[in-house]
Design a protein around this ligand. Structure first.
Ligand code: SAM
Length: 210
């Protein structure tokens, strides 16, 4: 697929107010939480239910926190994001890479490297999400899951237009299309929003067995 081909969807949906290189925007570290504590706890509980001990996990669009439960021992935990200092401070990562997915949407890992891939409150920043989803499919092992967790906050100038213009329900449908049109099976929506706090909407998909 070329950068211009987003499954026939209007190119304007994927444009941003700030089209400058992401390296500039993410140059300085931000040691902040992007969702409130109740929502972080809900996400950690979801991961506790969904990710078996021993799994190899890739946290895409990662920073200094991955929200994984600390009472479960995972296998390899890798992180990919834009800021070296944030990634270096993330205590759960065994290894990390600085890599701009809007410049190169191919994940820099061999095929079938991970059992789970996570994207947390960041999918709105991808300008070539179908290419990233295709590469996630390759990078997962058969039967592995991707979990794309969304809420309602964002850096508006760096979010694609779709995430500024569409309703929450439409955004979930769009992210579900990223996965289903890239070959994921059992694409599903999971609402883990806490009673009080930022919403937590998760779109999950499974790599089919061969
Ligand atoms: C709102 S923060 C979320 C960080 C983390 N996932 C969390 O849950 O706190 C957005 C993250 O997306 C990453 N990101 C933004 N644009 C990116 C790009 N073009 N390629 C790779 N990562 C990107 C940034 O490094 C940043 O860590």
């Amino acid at each position: 697929m070329t950068a211009d081909d987003q499954h026939g969807l209007p190119a304007a949906l994927f444009e941003r107010v700030d089209e400058s290189a992401d390296t500039g925007f993410y140059r300085e570290p931000r040691f902040v939480a992007h969702i409130d504590q109740a929502t972080i706890d809900a996400l950690t509980n979801f991961y506790r239910d969904a990710i078996p001990a021993g799994s190899d996990v890739l946290d895409l669009m990662s920073s200094w926190i991955s929200h994984l439960p600390d009472d479960i021992t995972f296998g390899r935990v890798s992180g990919l994001g834009m800021n070296e200092a944030e990634l270096a401070h993330n205590p759960v990562l065994d290894d990390h890479r600085v890599h701009d997915l809007n410049v190169d949407p191919q994940l820099p890992y061999p095929p079938a490297s991970f059992d789970r891939i996570l994207i947390t409150v960041s999918v709105q920043y991808l300008t070539r999400p179908f290419d990233v989803a295709q590469s996630m499919l390759t990078t997962l092992r058969p039967g592995g899951d991707v979990y794309i967790a969304m809420s309602h906050r964002c850096f508006p100038t760096k979010a694609i237009a779709a995430f500024r213009q569409l309703s929450a329900n439409e955004r979930v449908q769009l992210v579900s299309a990223y996965l289903s049109m890239s070959g994921f099976d059992d694409v599903r929506f999971i609402d883990r929003s806490p009673d009080v706090g930022d919403p937590l909407w998760i779109v999950a998909g499974t790599k089919p067995a061969p």
